[in-house]
Design a protein around this ligand. Sequence first.
Ligand SMILES: Cc1ncc(COP(=O)(O)O)c(C=O)c1O
Length: 451
Amino acid sequence: MLVRRTVRPRGPGVAGFLHPYRFPGRRVSPAATRAASGGAATGRTRGDNRGMNPLLSRLQPYPFERLRQLFAGVSPNPAYRPISLGIGEPKHPTPAFIKQALAAAMETPGHDLALYPPTAGTPELRQACAGWLQRRYGLSVDAATQVLPVNGSREALFAFAQTVIDPGRPAVVVCPNPFYQIYEGAALLAGAQPYYAPSDPARNFAVDWDGVPEATWARTQLVYVCSPGNPTGAVMPLAEWEKLFALQDRHGFVIASDECYSEIYFRDEPPLGGLEAAAKLGRRDFRGLVAFTSLSKRSNVPGMRSGFVAGDARILKQFLLYRTYHGSAMSPIVQAASIAAWNDEAHVVDNREQYRRKFAEVTPLLEKVLDVRLPDASFYLWAGVRGSDTDFARDLLAQYNVTVLPGSYLAREAGGVNPGAGRVRMALVADTAECLEAAQRIVQFVQNRKP
Ligand SMILES: Cc1ncc(COP(=O)(O)O)c(C=O)c1O
């Protein structure tokens, strides 16, 4: 999925890349940048990178790679069976009708494997996506120009940066901190510099847009929004969207709104979508805004790789062009099953109910011993552990055989602070009984821990 780009050297070129935020006025090598940000080496050395895209060496190890390193040499207590709250992979069963739609498509001429699918998707799929936007957010979008199917939101979030960023100009990509690591990799491989805007625990983990320096906004070409957020579960309210749109009008950047957790929520009101916010604020052409939506979590089909993007028709036209060359058309079979999934809401209501019941049982237990509360949305608990998050995760595995993800692995140090430090992410994706057992073990672990 990587794209080789020609990056016009800026000043010292890639090897002497100037990191204006962490090291004002100093030239640092990518390796030094990695070390300074607390990232372990990717295993790649300059030597085996010869002839390769040099930007690859700037990628950070994925959180689960770091977790493997943290757990190397740890022997989990064999008295307990392993429970993982580590990976954010839905575990509720895939609805039978989606599997049946997949199987039926195989036998349906025109939807089967005998054809190359169009990158833009079938009109039926685009219409199904547009219909869902109408029902979910009350939006009227043009299915022909304002919707595009994607093979899961991850590839699309990555590819989008390659489409919209002009590496010939100073390029900054602003992303939340903590954040979904694809944003950072997408920025780096597009030849841009990530800027990590921290989320503020005192304001329900709202991203501190006001803290981004004006000079940084001036160079910003792309902003990733993640609402509901991973790992915080926070939903961005309308007032924050208004602020971000005002900044966009001033500085001309594009907004990528990652909304893959939009259907798993715990409040009465469903999470506000980016396009919905734009429409409410009179930006009916969605200028400069593209929303990323996915079936993975909504319909428990992470293996199907299906989602869609919607928004600014001018940007989507270029995104389609990029995707045509990239070769990221969706399989006709997956398209057929996706139509069935987008057109059905009953399974989504049921799925949400399962999460609500699970969180209602698990959260009060953990609240007694950790700084945690029910999030707005998503399937994560983002818990303060009072102390080192990595020690917590390592000791918990050793003593109780429960895996959680250290929060510092999901964030970057910026301004001397890693906003994920002292927190862990717990994905409540397994069934309720297993999550409850994990919670009970965590309670014991915390209560027996020496301060
Ligand atoms: C915030 C966020 N965005 C996007 C994705 C990608 O999901 P998918 O590619 O399955 O749509 C994930 C997956 O965990 C995620 O947590």
